[in-house]
Each structure stands twice: as structure tokens, then as C-alpha cells.
Ligand binder design. Structure first.
Ligand code: ARG
Length: 457
């Protein structure tokens, strides 16, 4: 098959080189955005008089047909034609001859591939934003059903302070909100048009880059053609954003895997989202959570993969860049399947309230509340800390809880303590005493729940 760039070659390409250099096996999924970019380019070529309106229309219509055939799986791909750009252009030429030969006027595959990638990533960001919102809705959706439930909060995975269960759910909403904002910010740099930067230097033809940018709904036009052909910063940013999404997902999964253990027993997962063991009949494993946690590796690996690809590349385009798509697609596909599954798991799980409740008074979740009680009574913080620490040690010795101590025993440790101390002792009281903005206390959390409901409606 004659190559589009074959003019100066006397020898045919070695077939091993063809299969080594091809990217059609993984860039064919760019076909829609490639056609979209080419149609905008053809319209612009007509507007500036480089081709006629009729030619432009013929190109656009034929590209529509080609897109349709690819979408329906009726389009043959072969390694000889390298990549999606060459496949579509050759099909165009095969169908409309010389008119098709004019499409590549004033552009190169270097700006073309970056345009395709930017259109693809822009769409991916919009799609992920919707999926992240679905996940936030699933967490917010739990808040009413778990109203009144108190969970131990942990630091170092050791019992720390009690919080309203909804505080946990909204903590995830905050994380995924930052992810959405980060993606929206990344989208600003994605949405700058590379098209018309051509190979590396721009063109001596009267192309109108602002027009193609407008047609493709880019916000602006990249100002330096050399920069354009080498720029993949936006892909690094994109996969980094995805890495943080996966970090947040993996934290949630890890937490629920722990909560699902017999030792914790906080959580019931629906059968539909758990799997069994081939040898141990009693097993019910949280494989979905484990795999979301595990797939984090694939997403995060895309960041170093792209950075290593870019490091020390000379300007401008180098064929190394073809590898960028492998990292980006892997990260995007992986995060997408995780986000598609996660909301159902979040909504389908149930807190084992009785189990949680039955051990809520273990671990001195109210110790900090008692210390803050002392502070309110005028005791310096460090002294209060010391006093409560000694009370905890005494309770540990006798196997009792702070709330079990008599008023006389408490006053013996610190004379400012009065009867009202029992209003902060016990996990429920300690949780309700939390009142600062953003705290895990019931009243504060309820306000945030309402805000989130409004925000996501
Ligand atoms: N398949 C190539 C890639 O993905 C397209 C650009 C090729 N440009 C070139 N000058 N060979 O990077």
C-alpha cells in the first residue's frame, strides 16, 4: 500500500517496522474526535479560500460516512496505515480522490493528534464529572438513612472521637468535590486549540486558527507552534487528577474492607457486590472494594509513565509521544469502571448499627470531650489533658469507663468538676458536644447535609 509520506522513499517499509510503529491498535478510539477536528479544518479551509465550499462539503459528508462505518465496525484497519489519522485520510482519498488530498492542507499529524487528544480528554473530563457527582449523591443519599448513627472516628486506626455517621459520608463528598474542581481546572488548559500549529512552525498559508478553535468550542488558540507539538502537560495533569480520584476511592475501599471484617463487623455488603471462596464455604469477600483499591496501581502508574516519556524530549514532536495514549487510556478506562460501580456499592451497604453501638463505649471516645469540659471550667489545656489521662489509666486498671466514675471520684481528680460532667461523658454525649464549624457533631453535620443536598440537586 502506498504511504501518504512515501514520496521520498525507494524501499518499502519492513513489515516488522510497520507492526512496531503502528498505533492504530490503540488510537482507533480517537476516530470520532479525529473526524470532528477534520470537519472543522475543512470548513475553515473553505472559509479562507484554500478549497471551495463544495469541496469542503464533500469532505465533511464523506467523513461522516467514514465515521459511521467505523462506529458500526464495518471499517478495515491495518498496521500499514499506522494510525487513525492515516486511516481516515486514506479512506477519504480513496473515495473522493483529489478533493480528499486537500484536507491535510495547513496542518500536520502533530497538531492533529494533539487536537484529537484534547477533544477526547475534554469529553472524558465531562463524563467523569458526572460520575463523580453520582458517587457524591450516593454518599449524601446515605445520610438520612444513617441519621442518629454514631461511628467511632479513628486516627492511627485507634479509636479517637465519636462522630455522626454522616460526617464520614460527607468527608468523601468533600474529597470528590476537590477532584471535580481539579478536573475543571485541568479542563481550562485542555481547552486551548493546537490545530493549525502544523508540524512545528505553523504555516505560510492563510489558515484561520481562531475559526477552527471556535468551531471546536475551544476557549482560545495556543500561541506557540513549537510548544504545541511537544506539549502533553495536559495529559500529565489529567492523569494526576485521576490518580487523586483513585487515592480517594482506595481510602474508602480500605476503610470499608476493614469495617467488613469479622473483627470490626460494622458493615453489611449486599451479596451482589461480594464473592465467595473456591475452597472455604463460609467466605464472603469484598472483592469489588479490593479491586477498586488494586486498580489504583494502574491509574497512578500513568503519572510517572507520562512524566518519564516527556523528560528530556527535545522540541518539538517526537515519535515517543505516540506512547502517551497508552498511559492516558489506561488511567481513564480504569477510573471510569471504578466510578461506574462505586455508587451502587455505597448505596447498597448497611451499617450494622447494633454491633457498632454495642462497642461504642470501648476505647474512651469521650476522653477529649471530658478534657474540653475541664477547659470550659477554666483548667489549662495541658493540665486537663494530664488529669483525663490519669483517669483513663485508672479506668483501664479497673475495666471501667469514664462515665462509670462517681462524681466524688471525678472531683477527687479535679475539683472544678460538677454534676453536669455527665452531659459530656459517653460516646453519644461526646459526639453531640462537638459544635465547631465542620465538626462531627450532629447539629453541625446536619447543616452540612442540607448544604450538600442543595448543592447536588
Ligand atoms: N500516531 C502518531 C502519534 O500518536 C501521530 C503523529 C505522527 N506524527 C509524525 N510526525 N510521525 O503520535
Amino acid at each position: 500500500m502506498a504511504k501518504a509520506w512515501g514520496g521520498r522513499f525507494q524501499q518499502a517499509t519492513d513489515s516488522r517496522v510497520e507492526s512496531f510503529t503502528e498505533s492504530i491498535s490503540f488510537d482507533q478510539r480517537l476516530f470520532e474526535v479525529d473526524v470532528q477536528g477534520s470537519q472543522a479544518h475543512a470548513k475553515m479551509l473553505a472559509a479562507v479560500g484554500l478549497i471551495t465550499e463544495q469541496e469542503s462539503r464533500l469532505i465533511c459528508e464523506t467523513l461522516d460516512q467514514i465515521r459511521q462505518e467505523i462506529a458500526e465496525g464495518r471499517f478495515p484497519f491495518s498496521a500499514e496505515l499506522e494510525d487513525i489519522h492515516m486511516h481516515i485520510e486514506s479512506a477519504l482519498i480513496a473515495r473522493i480522490g483529489d478533493v480528499g488530498r486537500k484536507l491535510h492542507t495547513g496542518r500536520s499529524r502533530n497538531d492533529q493528534v494533539s487536537t484529537d487528544l484534547k477533544l477526547y480528554v475534554r469529553r472524558a473530563i465531562d463524563e467523569l464529572d458526572g460520575l463523580l457527582e453520582d458517587l457524591q449523591k450516593a454518599f449524601v443519599g446515605r445520610c438520612d438513612q444513617d441519621a442518629g448513627v454514631i461511628l467511632p472516628g479513628y486516627t492511627h486506626l485507634q479509636r479517637a472521637q465519636p462522630v455522626a455517621a454522616a460526617h464520614y459520608w460527607l468527608a468523601y463528598c468533600e474529597k470528590f468535590q476537590r477532584d471535580r474542581e481539579r478536573l475543571a481546572d485541568c479542563r481550562k488548559r485542555v481547552n486551548i486549540s493546537p490545530l493549525g500549529a502544523a508540524a512545528l512552525a505553523g504555516s505560510s498559508l492563510p489558515i484561520d486558527r481562531h475559526m477552527t478553535a471556535n468551531l471546536l468550542q475551544f476557549d482560545s488558540v495556543a500561541a506557540n507552534s513549537l510548544d504545541v507539538s511537544s506539549d502533553r502537560d495536559y495529559l500529565v495533569e489529567f492523569v494526576f487528577c485521576l490518580s487523586l480520584v483513585s487515592a480517594h476511592l482506595s481510602t474508602w475501599c480500605e476503610e470499608w474492607i476493614i469495617w467488613f471484617t469479622t473483627e470490626f463487623g460494622f458493615l453489611r455488603l449486599p451479596d451482589a457486590y461480594t464473592t465467595g471462596s473456591s475452597i472455604m464455604p463460609q467466605k464472603r469477600n469484598p472483592d469489588v472494594l479490593e479491586l477498586i483499591r488494586g486498580k489504583t496501581a494502574r491509574v497512578m502508574a500513568a503519572v510517572p509513565q507520562l512524566l518519564i516519556l516527556l523528560k528530556s524530549l527535545p522540541m518539538a514532536y517526537n515519535r515517543d509521544l505516540q506512547e502517551d495514549k497508552l498511559a492516558m487510556f489506561a488511567a481513564f478506562d480504569t477510573i471510569k469502571v471504578c466510578l461506574e460501580l462505586a455508587p451502587a456499592v455505597v448505596a447498597g451497604a448497611e451499617l450494622k448499627v447494633d454491633q457498632i453501638q454495642s462497642r461504642l463505649e470501648d476505647g474512651f471516645l469521650d476522653a477529649t470531650a471530658l478534657m474540653e469540659y475541664l477547659i470550659r471550667k477554666g483548667v489549662p489545656m495541658r493540665s486537663g489533658h494530664e488529669t483525663v489521662g490519669q483517669l483513663v489509666a485508672r479506668c483501664e486498671g479497673t475495666g471501667s469507663r469514664l462515665a462509670d466514675l462517681t462524681l466524688a471520684e471525678l472531683q477527687n481528680s479535679c475539683s472544678v468538676i460538677t454534676e453536669d460532667v455527665y452531659q459530656v461523658l459517653g460516646a453519644a454525649n461526646a459526639m453531640r458536644a462537638l459544635c465547631s464549624y465542620g465538626s462531627g457533631g450532629e447539629a453541625s453535620v446536619l447543616q452540612r447535609v442540607n448544604e450538600w443536598k442543595k448543592r447536588l440537586s
